[in-house]
Design a protein around this ligand. Structure first.
Ligand SMILES: [Zn+2]
Length: 378
């Protein structure tokens, strides 16, 4: 039986919506990482509707963090139960996980087991509760996060996909909890108050019906991040980031995670694998190729030739030239993959060959299509 390990970067506008398939022969399993912003939902729905109803099942949904360009499409998806999508597991650090953060000793046990952000985060909490769907069961319903040092938590999904958790830490979640508290204080309640969330969700037109998405205002966190060199946005730092491994191929999905933690986690995973530099077949760059989320140190910690960027360049004009230049200089990539040909990405088709002679850039056939990658060919 021939194996399959492939992914699609859906046309998720300025956000991430990543569809992973793995398995053998006819028996494919799926993982969904994020749902993009509201405007990306039609593309996600179209992808789901290509599947016959009885196959609309995912082993895992990862909601990396609460920024609108990752979570809004998930809220929308959860509001469309008629699509019949089922998730065997959900990894999401919502209020129930933030309220009582795990102790470091509890996080260490995972290993043995093998803006408006908070409001949308509460919508996900609420919709999951409504559907009787718990999240983070694999982490004993506590926060999905990594211990401060030592071995990283690993999970093996049905069908054989192995996930190694890279981000966040308890400390980064503690900061997120404060922003969650602030957001609800402004609403005159506390984050555990289901009635407030329920009422707000019902009134929130953005997540009702199929009306076209309104333009998404930039989150406060993201705007703040632009003012600093390295990304310090609290929500981004809370991103769940993983390395997915199947059939001897590894791909890192970094959400919008912070560079310092990703570098440390890559080094820890390399140590776990007895590798000098962590061997990876592909990396989905953090934060849509923002210069605040990539460093030479990250690239020196890994041995990887393929880099993926998910964004249409709107709102924050990602990817930054400096980020791509950093990759070209320190990683010597052979291929860059962009899920949109935009004025931010089109220039790399030729410029990349000058900076790194063997590097080519790839795009979808036309904007609005998914960029599909066969990881087994990497
Ligand atoms: Zn983002």
């Amino acid at each position: 039986m021939s194996k399959v390990f492939r992914l699609k970067l859906l046309p998720a506008l300025n956000g991430d919506c990543i569809w992973i398939e793995y398995g053998e022969g006819e028996k494919l399993s799926r993982v969904l990482i994020d749902g993009g912003p509201l405007g990306a939902f039609p593309a996600l729905r179209a992808e789901i509707e290509k599947l016959p109803p009885e196959q609309r099942a995912f082993e895992l949904l990862v909601v990396t963090h609460i920024d609108s360009d990752h979570i809004d499409g998930v809220v929308k998806l959860l509001r469309h139960p008629e699509l019949g999508v089922k998730f065997r597991e959900v990894w999401f650090n919502g209020w129930p996980q933030l309220k009582v953060l795990p102790t470091l000793a509890q996080v260490a046990e995972y290993v043995e087991d093998e803006t408006r952000g908070p409001i949308a985060g509460s919508y996900v909490d609420n919709l999951l509760l409504r559907s009787g769907r718990a999240c983070n069961e694999r982490f004993r319903s506590r926060a999905a996060c990594v211990p401060d040092d030592g071995v990283l938590p690993r999970a093996r999904l049905d069908g054989g996909l192995q996930l190694t958790l890279l981000s966040p830490t308890v400390d980064k979640l503690r900061r997120l909890r404060a922003t969650w508290d602030d957001a609800f204080t402004k609403l005159g309640g506390d984050p555990g108050d289901r009635a407030i969330v329920e009422a707000k969700l019902e009134k929130d037109k953005r997540f009702r019906g199929d009306q076209a998405a309104a333009p998404v205002p930039a989150g406060v966190d993201e705007a703040a991040a632009l003012a600093t060199d390295l990304d310090a946005a609290v929500a981004n730092g809370s991103s769940i980031a993983v390395v997915a491994e199947y059939a001897d191929r590894r791909c890192a999905f970094l959400g919008d995670a912070h560079a310092d933690l990703i570098e440390r986690s890559f080094r820890r995973m390399a140590a776990m694998c007895s590798e000098k530099r962590l061997r990876l077949n592909a990396v989905k760059l953090s934060h849509h190729g923002s210069k605040g989320n990539i460093t030479p140190e990250i690239l020196r910690a890994i041995d990887c030739r393929n880099y993926l960027v998910s964004t249409d360049g709107s709102i924050f004009h990602h990817p930054d030239d400096e980020a791509i230049q950093c990759v070209l200089k320190y990683a010597k990539p052979t291929r860059l993959f962009f899920n949109y040909r935009s004025e931010r990405t089109a220039g790399w088709e030729r410029a990349s060959t000058e900076a790194q002679p063997d590097c080519t850039a790839q795009y979808p056939r036309s904007n609005g299509e998914s960029l599909e990658l066969d990881l087994l060919a990497f």
